[in-house]
Design a protein around this ligand. Structure first.
Ligand code: S3P
Length: 436
């Protein structure tokens, strides 16, 4: 079992890039793999989650070649050979590892194929709700059986076939559900629509446009028309703002700190973390350069100072769902109260992130209360080092490494191999920051 040990620091001066965006890398592998030719993808995220999706596409007939790699991890630059929407039946089951995004998006594709397939994953993924994609995909005509030990959970046995378009009103604000239905819709004759209850990350829509696929948006209704093939092209994935968020919180909360993160994605459906920190009093400037494959990106510069607590607005929650663990750490360090509500979705992520955040913050001496849909943190109580668990959740592991930078004594986070699912190289960046 790998453990990360962190001690407190009094200054943070750093300038670096974070690895490619996880959400965009999954979509690049999927749409590149469906395209009509060879697509070069640069700055691909060589994390376990995204490698699973590349391997899944290879198993389905869209092979890739590595052009550059991060040694010990996987490809950072690759060419994927699109299969022109003609996927082939996989040999054996398709393993999505720890990745909810991989499984839900691939389920959308497989629902439309004239063959049977099985999607599986690790113990955490096999405990996550799949009913949310099974329902709309069944409505489109697929047959999907959830064969897991827990009801509605993976492995998923999919018998795909000809789908018919639907207009699906999503009960949860989930980009994964939206994307599963839209990807299935690419294979259905006619127009498939999804109505989202709130804004969710729009990487699928942007990438569909980049691959010249017909899609439209009216208010919260997003539609695709089936029967077309994505046009192969070259694209570059910007840095992942969800990975950058760990360092942004650390620097923003540390008076005197200075941080510059270059070439990070600034898609407005992902930048609520910056808005919330600025509302807490943080000195953060984001300078946008230009678009990369329809995705805005730029540099984020942070000067540290003492922050104040704030209340997260309901409409902000889907936009910063992955950043809430580290934002809760910022709340514990800030003066005053931080209120996080309307965030029940956190309970069905890689861990139950409400319980795991509350448990670890309490172990470090923070004063907070847990609710069914969030937590309230009375910030400003000094944190002390503790022995913590990641609960197999990469974002919990990294959020508490950041907390350890502010805690008196030593903080040990056990079970940190999961970090490789989203941020290969995190330990190197942490080491550089600890060395000062
Ligand atoms: C993702 C969407 C989010 C997020 C996940 C990645 C995506 O999940 O938590 O890490 O790439 O679509 P939901 O859309 O289910 O909230």
């Amino acid at each position: 079992m790998s453990t990360i040990t962190v001690h407190s620091i009094s200054n943070l001066q750093a300038e670096f890039e974070v690895p490619g965006d996880k959400s965009i890398s999954h979509r690049a592998a999927i749409l590149g793999g469906l395209s009509n030719g060879a697509c070069q993808i640069d700055n691909y995220l060589p994390s376990e989650d995204c490698i699973c999706t590349l391997n899944a596409m290879a198993q389905l007939g869209a092979k890739y070649e590595t052009l550059e790699e991060k040694p010990g991890y996987g490809p950072t630059s690759l060419t994927i050979h699109g299969c022109s929407m003609e996927l082939s039946a996989p040999e054996g089951s398709v393993d999505c590892g720890n990745s909810g995004t991989g499984m839900r998006l691939l389920a959308g594709l497989l629902a439309a194929q004239p063959f049977e397939s099985i999607l599986t994953g690790d113990a955490s993924l096999q405990s996550r709700p799949m009913g949310r994609i099974i329902k709309p995909l069944k409505e489109m005509g697929a047959s999907i059986e959830a064969c897991g030990d827990a009801p509605g959970c993976a492995p998923l046995h999919i018998t795909g076939g000809e789908l018919h378009p639907i207009c699906y009103e999503m009960p949860v604000a989930s980009a994964q559900v939206k994307s599963a239905v839209l990807l299935a819709g690419l294979f259905a004759e006619g127009t498939t629509s999804v109505i989202q209850p709130a804004e969710t990350r729009d990487h699928t829509e942007r990438m569909l446009a980049y691959f010249k696929m017909p899609s439209t948006r009216e208010g919260q209704k997003i539609s695709v028309t089936g029967g077309k093939t994505p046009e192969a092209g070259r694209l570059r994935v910007p840095g992942d703002i969800s990975s950058a968020a760990f360092w942004i919180v650390a620097a923003a909360s540390m008076p005197g700190a200075h941080l510059l993160i270059k070439n990070v994605g600034l898609n407005p459906t992902r930048t609520a973390i910056l808005d919330v920190l600025i509302r807490m009093g943080a000195d953060i400037k984001a300078v946008e350069h230009s678009d990369e494959c329809g995705e805005p990106y730029g540099d984020v510069e942070v000067h540290g100072k003492a922050l104040q607590g704030t209340e997260i607005k309901p409409e902000e929650v889907p936009n910063l769902i992955d950043e809430i663990p580290v934002l809760a750490v910022a709340g514990a360090l800030a003066h005053g109260k931080m209120v996080i509500r309307n965030a029940k979705e956190l309970r069905v992520k890689e861990s139950d992130r409400i319980t795991t955040v509350v448990q670890n913050l309490k172990a470090m001496g923070a004063d907070l209360e847990e609710f069914e849909d969030g937590m309230e943190i009375a910030g400003g109580k000094p944190l002390h080092g503790a022995e913590l668990d990641s609960f197999g959740d990469h974002r919990i592991a990294m959020a508490f490494a950041i907390a350890g930078l502010f805690a008196e004594g030593e903080t040990a986070i056990n079970n940190t191999a999961c970090i490789d699912t989203s941020y290969p190289g995190f330990a190197d960046h942490l080491e550089a920051i600890l060395a000062g």
